[in-house]
Write a protein that binds this ligand. Structure first.
Ligand code: TYD
Ligand code: MG
Length: 459
């Protein structure tokens, strides 16, 4: 290929899919005006640059590679360690995604401050905030630490040069969408920039065996801007989620080469930064009203943990032409299906009623085990009769109105008992199994086979 001829291609800035020509709408992700032309450096030139940087390796016999398990060290933040699979892995690249303002910078700066206090020299690179802003944040988080180096820079070459010179023990890049590589066309944050910048940073970190944390912003549809390509490049992808109106934050692993993706960490955002929540259940149900109808407690799985959450429902005569189903924290279609079931199977007339459902604390209940609690909350609001204060509900409701078993029933019962709940309203089959289990000692098991039985129990 000629050295001077430049090749171009078209790429979607939202999903990274390549297209043969420019188009107004990306056929892969459906985004409008997201396809952009990207200039590709000629292969020979790219290879030369690569070689010049010394970023190439040579094959080694497998037997000469050091084995054993990965080397880890604690981040000093228990909830973060758990989600990472037991601490920070040397030479790993971790992507932390989440909505703006959710607390990504706070979490990672807090981690660096803790590492710094332990005498580790660490580096915080910010392309978004000035060094002074970071200092002010550190003061808020308990004071600046000399071992934490701060760099306000957006040029990846400058960052790599400093990394090479200083060799910190851990690096945070906040955020990868603000960093640019001079060799690539396009503004910061475009797919080609994000990919190049990440590839070089990740490559460097792996070569030197030090952990790298990349912060990534999330687009409004919930995917990482500058996108799946990034998720493939890193070892671990963590999402930081939560409702900004509430102090709770959940850190979730969606990909982890060094641990389980079922782990979640729960934090509370306060004046002095993020604090790990050791007993999240008690927190999520702390403000539950007493003796109010429409409130049901459900033991839900969040990763490997069981959390007790409160589902609230309000059923009221409809105010507009069509009945509303306004929900937050649960799937709207679930509410529609379950209310139709209540109509058909129990003869309620919900079709002329507005139904509002929300999950307290800004949490989300996405597993089918929440069905029974949802039905109970709706029933309770409809009949205006509060549910027993010390009852929890779990079970999946099928289209015939039958109540089906769910996973980890024993753990759900155990968590409910721990928080003082005695009455377990659960699928009939699992009630039978649990009646013999020592885990259910002290629990009142109320087996439910179908919705009629639930109605009878609550009457
Ligand atoms: P931030 O970490 O800047 O979010 P991100 O990097 O994900 O965009 O968090 C900003 C929010 O957190 C902001 O609304 C202020 C709040 N906050 C606190 O409530 N307490 C604190 O101690 C800090 C540092 C921030
Ligand atoms: Mg930030």
């Amino acid at each position: 290929m000629s050295k001077t001829k430049l090749k171009t291609y078209f790429e979607c800035t939202a999903c990274g899919a390549r297209q043969p020509k420019w188009m107004g709408r990306c056929p892969d992700c459906g985004g409008w005006s997201t396809v952009e032309e990207v200039r590709l450096a000629p292969v020979a030139e790219a290879a030369e640059r690569w070689v010049a940087r010394g970023e190439y390796g040579s094959p080694v016999p497998m037997t000469e590679i050091e084995g054993g398990s990965e080397l880890r060290f604690s981040s000093s933040i228990e909830e973060l360690d758990r989600v990472l699979g037991g601490g920070i892995v040397e030479g790993s690249a971790v992507l932390v995604g989440g909505d703006p303002g959710i607390g990504k910078s706070t979490l990672l700066l807090q981690m660096l401050l803790e590492l710094g206090k332990r005498g580790m020299k660490v580096l915080y690179v910010s392309g978004e905030e000035s060094a002074r802003q970071i200092r002010m944040r550190a003061d808020r988080l308990g004071g600046a630490v000399a071992e934490v180096l701060v760099l306000s820079e957006i040029d990846v070459d400058a960052i790599l040069a400093i990394l090479e010179k200083d060799r910190p023990s851990a690096v945070v890049i906040d955020s990868v969408q603000t960093i640019v590589s001079a060799g690539i066309s396009g503004a910061p944050g475009t797919v080609s920039q994000v990919r190049e910048v990440s590839a070089r940073l990740v490559g460097w970190a792996k070569g030197r065996g030090l952990p790298l944390f990349l912060v990534g912003h999330v687009t409004k549809d919930g995917s990482l801007a500058g996108p799946r390509v990034l998720e493939h490049m890193v070892d671990t992808v963590l999402y930081f989620e939560g409702d900004k109106g509430h102090p709770f934050r959940i850190l979730r692993a969606v990909k982890n080469r060094f641990g389980s993706t079922n782990e979640v960490g729960v934090f509370e955002m306060g004046e002095g930064g993020l604090r790990g929540v050791l007993n999240p259940s008690s927190l999520f149900i702390a403000e539950r009203p007493e003796g109010a109808s429409g409130s049901a407690v459900v033991p839900c799985l969040e990763g490997t943990r069981v959390l007790l959450v409160e589902i609230q429902a309000l059923v009221a005569p409809q105010t507009f032409g069509t009945a509303q189903r306004t929900v937050s924290g649960v799937e709207r279609s679930r509410v529609q299906i379950l209310s139709a079931l209540l109509d058909r199977r129990l003869g309620l007339s919900l079709c002329g009623q507005d139904i509002f459902v929300s999950v307290a604390g800004g949490l989300e209940v996405s597993e089918p085990a929440g069905d029974l609690g949802l039905v109970a909350a709706i029933l309770s609001s409809y009949t205006n009769r509060p549910l027993p204060q010390d009852a929890v509900f779990f079970g999946e409701v099928g289209l015939a109105g039958e109540v089906r078993g769910v996973s980890r029933a024993e753990d759900r019962v155990r968590e409910a008992l721990k928080l003082g709940f005695k009455k377990m309203i659960l699928p009939a089959r699992q009630s039978k199994e649990l009646s013999k289990s020592p885990a259910a000692k002290g629990a009142e098991l109320h087996p439910i086979g179908n919705l009629d039985e639930l109605m009878d129990l609550l009457a």
